[in-house]
Design a protein around this ligand. Structure first.
Ligand SMILES: NC(=O)c1ccc[n+]([C@@H]2O[C@H](COP(=O)([O-])OP(=O)(O)OC[C@H]3O[C@@H](n4cnc5c(N)ncnc54)[C@H](OP(=O)(O)O)[C@@H]3O)[C@@H](O)[C@H]2O)c1
Length: 333
């Protein structure tokens, strides 16, 4: 069993610990929260062995194999670095790090601690539906780019409209719509098509100074991938990957709940895998496989592939922000 600790007590950590339990490969060894009562309540609800209000104390005392970091984005780097220094593997929520400098420092620390693994919790690229898309794409005679959309109204935008600045919409927390939702279609593009040659970003700024929605263009040698993302409105548009006469259709580039292939007549074949019991289950199963047997050839190959995705997504998100003039305080360090 993998001894896991957690950081952050919002709904995403609850979903994660439920996925850990379903996988039967982890035990919830410790919970960290800034507030003793929040941490104790989360620990009791999820039968964790201990809760801490001091992060480093948890890393020193709880005998963890790995820690799941689901704090606001700008805090990931420091928390990940301390865990690596304690030889604890890290599962870091997306987007893992604020910029290239942070990613470079993390990679250097991982070199110093070769037994430590780093996973970015990009749940959708670990799902059976992602594998269906990948397989179907390989079968297309030619590829001519994609139009990917992920746009969901955030209840926390109500707070922005009331004059507040919730974490998820502020540059101080390395957040905003590109980082929070745009990252999903960008992950999909990188995992399917690799690193683009250059990128453009057209962000729409909101009262917090962060972006509420936007359009990104990823330019490849033979085609473009356009990404429409946002947290201030809802989109019901499908995402599409273009072959020659065939088109792969995806219900949402963030959820990948439905996947199909349209033929040259427009007829749709449903390729969707059964609905997931918990959207985070495939990723935690994948991470457990690597943590439990890192030396196995396939596990090492998968780990290196996921790491490359994470590094490329970090690089592309940063390039997009430079192109769209969207700087974070974390970039000034
Ligand atoms: N994979 C997914 O589907 C998914 C979905 C949602 C979010 N996420 C990712 O999960 C991460 C957290 O997102 P979120 O929306 O849950 O963030 P959040 O609500 O702003 O904060 C998450 C947790 O971090 C702690 N926290 C909040 N503000 C803090 C501060 N100022 N200083 C230190 N700790 C603070 C809180 O835990 P305590 O009060 O217990 O300390 C809180 O529960 C982000 O990286 C986000 O992108 C992923």
């Amino acid at each position: 069993m993998i001894r896991m600790g957690t950081v952050g007590t919002n709904w995403i950590t609850q979903q994660l610990v439920e996925a850990l339990a379903l996988s039967k490969s982890y035990e919830l060894a410790a919970v960290y929260s800034r507030h003793a009562d929040t941490g104790a309540a989360f620990a009791a609800k999820n039968h964790a062995q201990a809760s801490y209000t001091d992060y480093e104390e948890m890393l020193t005392q709880a005998d963890l194999d790995a820690v799941y970091i689901a704090s606001p984005n700008s805090l990931h780097f420091e928390q990940a670095m301390v865990a690596i220094q304690h030889d604890v593997s890290i599962v870091v929520e997306k987007p893992a790090f604020s910029n290239r400098q942070e990613m470079t420092a993390i990679l250097a620390a991982l070199k110093q601690h070769p037994q430590v693994k780093f996973f970015e919790a990009a749940r959708h690229v670990h799902t059976p539906n992602f594998q269906q898309i990948e397989k179907t794409l390989t079968g297309l005679p030619t590829v001519q780019g994609a139009a990917l959309t992920f746009m969901k109204y955030s209840s926390r935008y109500d707070q922005v409209l009331d004059g507040e600045a919730p974490n998820v919409f502020t540059k101080e927390f390395s957040a905003g719509a590109l980082q929070d939702l745009g990252v999903y279609p960008i992950y999909l593009a990188i995992a399917l098509f690799g690193q683009p040659e250059n990128v453009s970003l057209f962000p729409t700024l909101i009262a917090t100074g962060g972006d509420g929605k936007g359009l990104a263009v990823l330019r490849y040698t033979d085609y473009d991938v356009t990404v429409a993302y946002g947290k201030t409105s809802n989109s019901y548009a499908s995402s599409e990957i273009y072959g020659l006469k065939e088109t792969i259709e995806i219900d949402s580039a963030g959820e990948l709940t439905k996947v199909g292939l349209r033929d040259d007549q427009g007829a749709l074949t449903d390729l969707s895998e059964p609905a997931l019991e918990n959207p985070m289950l495939p990723e935690v199963i994948d991470f457990a496989r690597v943590l439990l047997a890192p030396e196995e050839t396939q596990n090492e190959k998968d780990y290196q592939r996921w790491l490359k995705w994470s590094i490329t997504v970090n690089d592309v998100l940063y390039s997009l922000r430079v192109a769209g003039n969207l700087r974070f305080p974390a970039d000034e360090h």
